[in-house]
Design a protein around this ligand. Sequence first.
Ligand SMILES: Nc1nc2c(ncn2[C@@H]2O[C@H](COP(=O)(O)OP(=O)(O)OP(=O)(O)O)[C@@H](O)[C@H]2O)c(=O)[nH]1
Ligand SMILES: [Mg+2]
Length: 647
Amino acid sequence: MASISISASFFSRPQAQARSKTQKPSPQKNPNPKFKSKKVTKFKSFSLSPPPSPPPSLGAQATTYTRLPPKEDFDFDFEASSSSESDEIKLSDSDIAKITFNDASSEIEAEMLNTDDDDEVNESSGFEDESHNGKIADFYNGDESLDSEEDNEEEVYYYDSDGKLVNLSENDGDDMGLEVKEKGVPAVMRCFDRAKIYLKAGDGGNGVVAFRREKYVPLGGPSGGDGGRGGNVYLEVDGAMNSLLPFRNCVHFRAGRGAHGQGRMMCGRKGEDVVVKVAPGTVVREAGSEEVLLELLHPGQRALLLPGGRGGRGNASFKSGNNKVPKIAENGEEGPEMWLELELKLVADVGIVGAPNAGKSTLLSVISAAQPAIANYPFTTLLPNLGVISFDYDSSMVVADLPGLLEGAHTGFGLGHEFLRHTERCSALVHVVDGSGQQPELEFDAVRLELEMFSPELAQKPYIVAYNKMDLPEAYENWQSFREKLQGRGIEIFCMSAVKQEGTHEVISAAYRLLQKNKESNEGFEGFQYPVDLNHVADMVNKQRSSSISEFEITHDSSCNTWHVFGAGLQRFVQMTNWRYLDSEKRFQHVLEACGVNRSLMKLGVKEGDTVIVGEMEMVWHDSAENSGTANMKKRSTESIKWPQWK
Ligand SMILES: Nc1nc2c(ncn2[C@@H]2O[C@H](COP(=O)(O)OP(=O)(O)OP(=O)(O)O)[C@@H](O)[C@H]2O)c(=O)[nH]1
Ligand SMILES: [Mg+2]
């Protein structure tokens, strides 16, 4: 049995290598899509070989980009790995896996050693791993259930016939050996701003048939109570939420059903309501539809989405002058259900965009009370941060710090669409450029290009450029030429040092002016008005419920002599009819006669023995009352009874 141990290097490009050495090892920053969250946790907890010593000197502390980081940086270089003579491939400085192959039996065993001593790894790698205490470490260690199913899959690697390292768990037998599928960033780096949820309002409780039996009360009469109403489903804006992350684990929401009625005229209890909390700025659509149902912007807003089903009536409700002993009760009405697609769009006036590590979060932190994570590595910001800037008591604006842009973001690579959407709502943009980069102009153009390719509308938003890191000599030197070039293109440009808080006020004042100008020019413009009435979905459901039973359509299937009667009102009527009671059938016949179904069927040529389907009820047509079988579509001896109105 041959067994080899391997380790692999995440970064194959020189730029990436440099970055990996100068920066803290952070599992969530691991850009290799192969190593998903759970695995990384395992990898990092053991070490088979000592980590490489840090590089002698890499100059400036900050890692800067002269252009957008190419997506290859975030791919595993399998060619390089496989061509290596060595049995060992480094996973990263501190993340090493030992994989054992059993050649003889073709069994592949991936041995993920797990030492509990994280500190030992961190010490040996020569880094202080603060990220363990941070937000992202929580994603990894604190709540593993956050990972999607696919993320929880065991990752197994093997060498294919060409000597390439292939992730077995990503290949289902057939395409084994094909190139490993490109994926975006690991699950932890995705924004949780889209969710699909299922909602169901509670069914109504059933009514009951009961009669009052009491000493000294002869002929007490019907006393069956009505069923309780089903619980409603509400959507409510929770100001404390800033993502749709909770919906990752909880997708189904069902309101309680109403309790059944009881004797002594006791009505059933109402079903429990369900309030689904969403983040401010959530746009609600019905699944599969483009039409916006609701836009929930402000904390505290509450929309009644699905009203609970009506409780069925008990026999006390059917008492009338000519039917004093009704032996009939209704079923509770079924609560409506719906799949919804939620999309979170931040409600920000100004968006801060730019390449990773440009200083966007630093800018937000110095101009507002927001405290976004700031660190000297790309993709510190994974979820957009919001900050409120107050100029004086009556003027303020909301600024969003957005995650850094990657090359290919417009095609959805990296965080791509996940966050570019957030900029759609902004009225103006502040484009932060890292002045200490080698070619700030190229970086600027690349980010603009990504924005344009993602959405031309977005690119047309008014923007200003903030040339950052002026405290660094290289930025200071490049400033003049950069300014001239951009001014030559008619772009408004400012320089600042976000860290030293110099020039930031000018930047933000200019953004505010831009915002005001934009607002003025948009005054009078009436764009799409989202429905103000937040309960309009519930109103729609109620309207459908109250549709008349006389509105129906009849289709005929001659191959099997079947007639289908379609109509929302009739369908609801059938669903609420409790067929256990004989009177229910009589009432049903009466309703079919009264609403004209029988007449229409006869007109269309229904014949003895034909099948008639109304809602979920299937019946056989009999031409005369004498021939009546299980169901007769014609009136029988029920003329004398006056049924209470259907509602
Ligand atoms: N010298 C200097 N460093 C700065 C300045 N502004 C930001 N930095 C540093 O640049 C690094 C990145 O800053 P962030 O604010 O996290 O950058 P970001 O654009 O939000 O990065 P991502 O969220 O990863 O896209 C940090 O180490 C900051 O301290 C500045 O004006 N001067
Ligand atoms: Mg940031």
